[in-house]
Design a protein. Structure first.
Length: 161
């Protein structure tokens, strides 16, 4: 930046110039000071424009960075909501799956209990049927045996006469 160089040169001249005795005052040539000020005035508008452009560019960059940051935050929030929604769905699916599994286990236990009960009833009915059949057979055999005894007594009576 040319203006800064000119001001540094001016400061060097001020530093190199001797003070008046017993004061801090110095003597500079008017032409040199006017030339320096003229040069500063010449370069200052360009450098001010450049500085203004740099400031505007900086603000644009900051604004774009801010927008980009906001966009990243919004995307992150959306992704967070999506992840949470998906997690809830998976949780509900697992809960439902566990509920279905629990219900299936309960139903399976009910069916098993009912099957055991029906098997016991069938077994008891088959025992009762077998007992009834054997009792009928016994009654029939006893009747036949009684008939055989009668016939045997009749034959013995006939033979003894």
């Amino acid at each position: 930046m040319k203006v800064l160089e000119l001001l540094e040169d001016f400061q060097a001249k001020v530093d190199a110039t001797a003070n008046f005795p017993m004061s801090k005052k110095i003597l500079l040539e008017r032409d040199e000071v006017e030339s320096l000020l003229s040069n500063v005035q010449t370069f200052l508008p360009d450098e001010m424009k450049h500085a203004k452009w740099i400031k505007e560019e900086r603000e644009k960059i900051l604004e774009e960075a801010h927008k980009e940051a906001e966009e990243i935050i919004q995307n992150a929030k959306k992704e967070e909501r999506d992840i949470i929604a998906e997690a809830k769905k998976q949780f509900e699916a697992l809960v439902n799956e566990n509920e279905v599994l629990r219900e299936a286990q309960e139903r399976g236990q009910d069916v098993l209990h009912q099957a055991r009960s029906e098997a016991r009833d069938v077994r008891m009915n088959s025992y009762q049927y077998s007992e009834d059949m054997l009792l009928d057979l016994k009654a029939g055999l006893e009747a036949k045996l009684e008939g055989v005894h009668r016939d045997l007594h009749s034959l013995q009576d006939f033979l003894q006469k």
